[in-house]
Ligand binder design. Structure first.
Ligand code: S3P
Length: 441
């Protein structure tokens, strides 16, 4: 949701508590959105276990309800039921579809709505979302026949969609983005003919896995699994979806335990889809004491428990095809870099500039306030490790992943940190502050 500037209570974060015990992070955000959306366009009911009860998936559920889909109340620990209306069952909403802070809601919804012939939809969101590029979805959808209009030549919300008959085509996307890929595939479900998406590098593949489980016909191939073809004409059937814990939320605990002396944590039930595990590879590269236990498969997604202990860390270098596999973990990796020996380098990460905030600029600014030695580049940053961070007044700048990353940084700083706008964390991890208190005691 849109966060008002500085009207919330700042949070005092004491330095130095070690983190010990076990934690179960909430459900994966990407999988939660998809389970709601695919359940809505399937025939029959979809039961979702472990759905993330946070602001972003609530935005998706609210949009679906506004189009006549029955979604049961979303409460922590309870199974959510979606009564599917079928591929073409959405009612035209009588008000704006509010996507809140959620880029995934808006982009996947654009793909889903573009082919609803004869219906009109308007999508908007909070100030952050209204500033994020939507042309990357609107342009390929236009190639399929979609009519999407918005500010800045259709790049910025509010966006109006006039449902049109779509045609399948082959689309080369300039950036590796699962949101763009998924939007095109969803539009392809009702297009005439097959739709192929070719990405420059593989992005997370939750849509492909789940669409297949719901009965869609999809083929994945190409070098590095960068090519997906969807053939329409196969209706989706409601399923039971079990959502694993979100590795992007687990990342805060993994880094916190790895950098804070005396820490030892087990993070349970974490999704380990290979298109998301770049963070584990970097922590291994750094020499972190981390191990995976009880590897298992749950409803088409690999899952395991992660154990992590404090230890000495080396600097890392990341770039290229690894970036899409850890794109949301870069803010907390910047914190890890502050605690490592040597200079870490992040490259090819210009995408961070168009996330919920410009995460390169925001992390450079906020960690800089804490005394970090870093240099920001157009597509990344260099961070000198080994120095001490000092407690300071910092601000999430309304970004959930920044809020939680700064909490991790506060743990290794000398002196107390005051974090402004901590409530941003509720976008993806509403229980974060409670878990932090419990694990620190
Ligand atoms: C997401 C994909 C990523 C990620 C976002 C969630 C998804 O964005 O940053 O938090 O659920 O598909 P891009 O696909 O734009 O890289």
């Amino acid at each position: 949701m849109g966060l008002p500037a500085h009207t919330s209570t700042p949070l005092q974060l004491p330095a130095g508590p070690c983190l010990r015990g076990r934690v179960r992070v909430p459900g994966d955000k990407s999988i939660s959105h998809r389970a709601l959306l695919f359940g809505a366009i399937a025939e029959g009911d979809t039961c979702i276990e472990g759905l993330l009860p946070a602001e972003d998936p609530l935005s998706t559920a609210a949009c679906l309800r506004a189009m006549g889909v029955t979604v049961s109340e979303i409460r922590a620990g309870e199974t959510v039921t979606v009564q599917g209306v079928g591929l073409d069952g959405f009612r035209e909403p009588t008000a704006v579809l509010e996507c809140g802070n959620s880029g995934t809601t808006m982009r996947l919804m654009l793909g889903l709505l573009a082919g609803r012939v004869g219906r009109h939809f308007v999508l908007s969101g909070d100030a952050s979302l209204r500033g994020r590029p939507m042309g990357r979805v609107a342009a390929p959808l236009a190639q399929m026949g979609a009519q999407i209009h918005g500010r800045s030549d259709g790049n910025l919300a509010p966006l109006a969609v006039q449902g049109q008959p779509l045609r399948g085509t082959t689309i080369h996307t300039p950036v590796a983005s699962a949101q763009v890929k998924s939007a095109i595939l969803l539009a392809g479900l009702t297009a005439a003919g097959a739709t192929t998406v070719i990405e420059p590098a593989q992005s997370r593949d939750h849509s492909e896995r789940m669409l297949r489980a719901f009965g869609a016909q999809l083929e994945v191939g190409g070098p590095g699994l960068t090519q997906v073809t969807l053939t329409p004409g196969h209706g989706l059937r409601g399923q039971t979806v079990v959502v694993p814990g979100d590795i992007s939320s687990a990342a805060f605990w993994l880094v916190a335990a790895a950098i804070t002396p005396g820490s030892e944590l087990t993070v349970e039930n974490v999704g380990l889809n290979p298109s998301r595990t770049g963070i584990l590879e970097v922590l291994e590269q750094m020499g972190a004491r981390i191990s995976v236990h009880s590897r298992r498969d749950v409803a088409g997604e690999p899952v395991g428990d992660l154990q992590v202990q404090h230890g000495p860390l080396q600097a890392f270098e990341i770039g290229g095809e690894l970036i899409p596999r850890l794109v949301d973990e870069i803010p907390v990796l910047a914190v890890a870099a502050c605690a490592a020996e040597g200079t870490s380098r992040i490259r090819d990460a210009a995408e961070l500039r168009v996330k919920e905030t410009d995460r390169l600029a925001v992390m450079a600014r906020q960690l800089g306030t804490m005394g970090a030695r870093l240099e920001e580049f157009e597509d990344g940053m260099a961070i000198g490790g080994g120095g001490e961070l000092r407690g300071a007044e910092v601000d999430s700048e309304t970004d959930h992943r920044v809020a939680m990353s700064l909490a991790v940084a506060a743990g290794i700083a000398r002196g107390r940190t005051t974090l402004h706008r901590p409530e941003a964390a509720a976008v993806s991890y509403p229980g974060f502050w409670d878990d932090l208190r419990r694990l620190s005691s």
